[in-house]
Design a protein around this ligand. Structure first.
Ligand SMILES: [Fe+2]
Length: 381
């Protein structure tokens, strides 16, 4: 099956001059989630999010410790991994954090160079460069630690023709719900602890050569009750964007604090995935049972005064609860799911950009108030 990912991609343009960019990144290779039941999680991502079966690793492939299912939609690959026995690091991770993103794997042309350059600049090694081979070629992999227990893997797959990675076989299924138009990872947001945002901003600048695009302080992102601060880091070609949040002092507990409590530390807060038609995508997700955060209907009474003219009819946006924001370059449409695991931790954002390169600042207040209403119900505000 075509995954939408070619194995090499040289000559990507640098668009942010400030990025030192010694580390060429072609895009997000895959995200690995440690989950308590990978088999059922894979079914959920197929059913609710329109992912397709891609690859499998487990007892049948000689993997005695873990079972992994890989699902794909356009350029997005999710690996869902569960332990097959007690006492594993993956089991410990799930016990500590609940289901969550362990690995943000980045697609590079040279995994050894990526490891050496980042470690030289202060990254803590996670996986020394190693080569994995099978009948379909070889993949070089290395890795470094980032915030919390999250890690980055560098994946070099230019000499590999297999379905995913060595150790995986093609996963063929008779149950194959249609895709819903999710295309690629637009950005991934990390929540870090009190006062730790700048340390991680510096990590992405110094260790990974990223540049800071935007900064929000607690005056931008606060309601009557809760506050947070955020800075957005990007690599030079803009394909990898990592906003980083830290909690700020508010009258009540912020959503970032709630996350940190339940995740037991820093980690990935949300994965934003892009679509070319958010109305169709979100309609399909509703039909498939995904729950979204809702802003009050009054949001739509004034939104066009704020954002001006848009191509879409307002009515379906209002019905679905899709939010709108505008910046100097255009506008964007976005919506956020509720957390998708028992703990109120990780969620997804669906985003359609129509020129805008920002992150929906104009929606923060309405969105935060919607989250606070959920927190109120959970008793965690
Ligand atoms: Fe986002």
């Amino acid at each position: 099956m075509a995954t939408g990912l070619e194995n090499t991609n040289y000559g990507i343009e640098k668009i942010f001059a400030d990025a030192e960019d010694f580390l060429p990144l072609n895009g997000t290779d895959h995200l690995e989630l440690y989950v308590s039941n990978a088999k059922q999680a894979a079914h959920y991502y197929k059913t609710a999010f329109g992912f397709q079966s891609l690859a499998y690793s487990g007892l049948e492939t000689g993997n005695k410790d873990y079972e992994s299912y890989v699902v794909v939609q356009d350029k997005i690959r999710l690996v869902l991994t569960s332990p097959l026995k007690a006492g594993t690091p993956v089991g410990k991770h799930i016990d500590d954090h609940g289901d969550g993103v362990k690995v943000v794997a980045l697609w590079v042309d040279d995994a050894e160079y990526s490891f050496n350059e980042t470690v030289k600049r202060g990254a803590k090694p996670y996986l020394k460069p190693e080569t994995k081979t099978d009948d379909h070629g070889e993949v070089k992999i290395s890795g470094i630690h980032t915030y919390g227990e999250t890690v980055h893997l560098f994946i070099e797959r230019k000499n590999y023709q297999g379905v995913f990675l060595p150790g995986f076989k093609k996963w063929e299924t008779t149950y194959n719900p249609l895709p819903i138009g999710l295309k690629f990872v637009d950005h991934m947001v990390g929540n870090v602890g009190w006062g730790e945002m700048n340390q991680w901003v510096e990590f992405y600048a110094k260790v990974m050569g990223f540049t800071q695009l935007i900064s929000f302080d607690d005056k931008d992102i606060s309601t009557d009750y809760t506050a947070l601060m955020s800075k957005v880091m990007s690599n030079g070609n803009g394909r990898i964007k990592f906003p980083i949040n830290e909690p700020a002092e508010g009258k009540k507990k912020s959503q970032v604090e709630e996350y940190l409590d339940f995740y037991a530390g820093a980690g990935i807060q949300h994965i934003a995935v892009a679509t070319d038609n958010i109305i169709e995508t979100v309609t399909a997700m509703y039909e498939r049972g995904v729950e979204f955060l809702k802003v009050p209907a009054t949001y739509y009474e004034t939104v066009l005064d704020r954002v001006g003219e848009i191509d879409e009819d307002l009515e379906p946006l209002k019905e679905l609860g899709i939010l709108i924001d505008r910046d100097d370059e255009g506008y964007l449409l976005q919506i956020f799911t509720k957390p998708i695991e028992p703990r109120p931790t990780m969620f997804f954002e669906i985003i359609q950009r129509k020129g805008a390169q920002s992150f929906g600042k104009g929606n923060f207040k309405a969105l935060f108030e919607a989250i606070e209403r959920e927190q109120e119900v959970r008793g965690t505000l």
